[in-house]
Design a protein around this ligand. Structure first.
Ligand code: THU
Length: 136
């Protein structure tokens, strides 16, 4: 699975985004250590609070299928499937990533024209709080 292939899967997943309120379509594609990919989109709600981000959709799909080990996630976001700028995952999604991933987990930020940046979870969430803090 190349970075471009993973980003393309994230773009495809964004087509299912349910965004009647913001119009901001997000797609994610999460790669497991075993090479499987779980995709996700954002799913909004009239009560706003229950909205689920694309990254968490992908993580929760994967974890609910028994996956625990991940190497990379690709994300894209933009109005009406136009991924004009890089967008970085929100704070809640960063914390969910931290639950299952270490500092070296890779986040690919995709945009139009096959451009992307690769960053680590440590860069997104330094000095994080994790299960290591509360283990014996
Ligand atoms: N959103 C995501 O899907 N992922 C993020 O990391 C940030 C925000 C979604 C939530 C909402 O549906 C829309 O983008 C605008 O905030």
């Amino acid at each position: 699975m190349t970075d471009k292939e993973l980003i393309d899967l994230a773009k495809k997943a964004a087509e299912n985004a349910y965004v009647p309120y913001s119009g901001y379509t997000v797609g994610a594609a999460l790669l497991t250590e075993g090479g499987k990919v779980y995709t996700g989109c954002n799913i909004e709600n009239a009560a706003y609070g229950p909205t689920n981000c694309a990254e968490r959709t992908a993580f929760f799909k994967a974890v609910s299928e028994g996956e625990r080990n991940f190497t990379k996630i690709a994300v894209v976001g933009g109005k009406a499937l136009n991924f004009a700028d890089y967008f970085a995952p929100c704070g809640v999604c960063r914390q969910v990533m931290r639950e299952f991933c270490e500092d070296d987990f890779i986040i690919l930020l995709g945009k139009n024209d096959n451009k992307y940046k690769s960053i680590t979870l440590y860069e997104l969430l330094p000095l994080s709080f994790s299960k290591n803090n509360i283990s014996e």
